[in-house]
Design a protein around this ligand. Structure first.
Ligand SMILES: *Cc1c(COP(=O)(O)O)cnc(C)c1O
Length: 425
């Protein structure tokens, strides 16, 4: 095997071969220009059509186009009737806004440790986290792998908990042949540029429940209660935010949604190359796709098995050095979050709005303990992962995936040569 590029050996992949995401073509230009020249640039035909098309594609009765995935998550909580001081369960390892959306409505996040294999919430640990105040679960389909909704919905129904699916990374992912966003009481998708389906910034709220839909609509637009298709009466009936998006972005999203089946198939094909080509070498833990699941491979995680290679030094430093070595080979891996959520300052400080709110709501903080030691599996994952995200997306095809696999195999085949002191300086 040739010398690692980080030590002066030949580079595996010329990074200029990797195309940026998302591919934009004449169809995007046609729809965006149409929106730009239309009479309405705020809510109009493109937003309404996008909602209909997305709802049809995903299999939901209702959809509302929002300015972010976080807005759609907040709408899910309010749509499901979560209120101030209520407890809401969420996984300890995810994007911050899977949990800060709970704070947005003055409710209290209660973290649940993850399952190491799937990197999703450990469903077996849900019951131990339930308190008398628990009203809902934010069920995150992280990295594009669906939760086991047979198990999750059984626990939720047993304890009368609402389920808000966070599908911000999971467009098109399946459990038991069914798309994510159709299992819970409501769901949120993100169309931020990093996501598998995107339009710059934006999101989509979906539900099959009319009451959830009406409550979510009210939060979405100034606390008004008329539905988007009805005329407005300009009255705030409840606390509302301004979570609408615009026509130009809607048009871009429509063009990207049309192409998503192709982009999704491309992701699956590229991940299949990695799954086939990556070696079973002791130091490398490959991502799992359990039976009955179709991963969308939003984020293909490589993890280092420190026990298998006998590494006893700093795990984070070793991981960072491996990531650098991969980058030197031309493989665009990265380290995403360096903290599990309970370690983040807003939760450690228990202060979101000043005055300790919402934890200072009488009784709300009872039994709430954000000691990071309560989440050992999330911490183990967080110290060992390396993320591979954009390079597997269209138009990058299997020949790029082959080179990526080659670079990963080269570095993981020489973990004994990784010296953090030399690489990180
Ligand atoms: C991106 C993301 C969000 C938030 O979506 P935005 O559109 O950026 O607000 C929420 N949850 C997860 C898991 C995400 O990856």
């Amino acid at each position: 095997m040739s010398e690692l590029a980080i030590y002066g050996g030949p580079r595996t992949l010329d990074p200029s071969r990797i195309q940026p995401w998302p591919p934009v073509d004449q169809r995007d230009e046609e729809l965006v220009l149409n929106a730009l020249h239309a009479e309405k640039q705020a809510r109009g035909d493109h937003s309404i059509a996008l909602e209909r098309e997305f709802a049809e594609w995903n299999g939901n009765r209702y959809a509302i186009f929002t300015n972010s995935g976080t807005a759609a998550l907040h709408m899910g909580l309010v749509g499901c009737g979560v209120g101030a001081g209520d407890h809401v369960l969420v996984t300890a390892y995810t994007w911050s806004s899977s949990a800060t959306c709970i704070l947005h409505h003055n409710a209290i996040p209660i973290f649940v440790d993850i399952d190491f294999a799937t990197i999703n919430m450990d469903i077996a640990k849900i019951e131990a986290a339930i308190t008398p105040r628990t009203k809902a679960i934010v069920a995150v389909n992280l990295h594009g792998l669906a939760l086991d909704f047979d198990q999750l919905m059984a626990v939720a129904r047993k304890h009368n908990l609402k389920v808000i699916e966070d599908c911000c990374q999971a467009h098109g992912a399946l459990f038991d042949g069914r798309k994510v966003g159709t299992f819970g009481d409501a769901a949120a998708f993100s169309f931020n540029q990093n996501k598998c389906m995107c339009c710059g910034e934006g999101g989509m709220f979906v539900t099959n429940d009319e009451e959830v839909y009406r409550n979510a609509c009210s939060l979405w637009s100034f606390g008004e209660t008329r539905r988007p298709e009805e005329s407005r009466d300009y009255h705030a009936y409840a606390l509302g935010w301004m979570y609408r998006n615009n026509e130009i972005t809607a048009a871009f999203a429509r063009a990207q949604l049309e192409k998503y089946p192709h982009h999704f198939a491309n992701l699956l094909a590229n991940a299949a190359v990695l799954n086939r080509r990556l070696p079973s070498t002791p130091g490398l833990i490959l991502p799992t796709e359990p039976d009955g699941h179709t991963h969308n491979w939003y984020n293909y995680n490589l993890r280092i098995d420190f026990a298998a290679i006998g590494w006893t030094g700093s795990q984070v430093r070793f991981r960072d050095a491996v990531n650098r070595a991969l980058n030197a080979e031309g493989i665009p891996t990265s380290v995403w979050q360096r903290f599990i959520l309970p370690e983040m300052t807003v939760f450690q400080a228990k202060n979101a709005y000043g005055g300790g709110f919402p934890w200072s709501i009488p009784g709300a903080d009872e039994g709430v303990d954000y000691d990071p030691a309560n989440y050992p599996v999330a911490r183990r994952h967080c110290a060992s992962y390396i993320a591979l995200v954009m390079a597997l997306r269209a138009p990058n095809g299997p020949e790029i995936a082959e080179s990526i696999a080659e670079g990963i195999a080269k570095v993981f085949g020489q973990l004994d040569r990784i010296d953090p002191d030399r690489i990180l300086k």
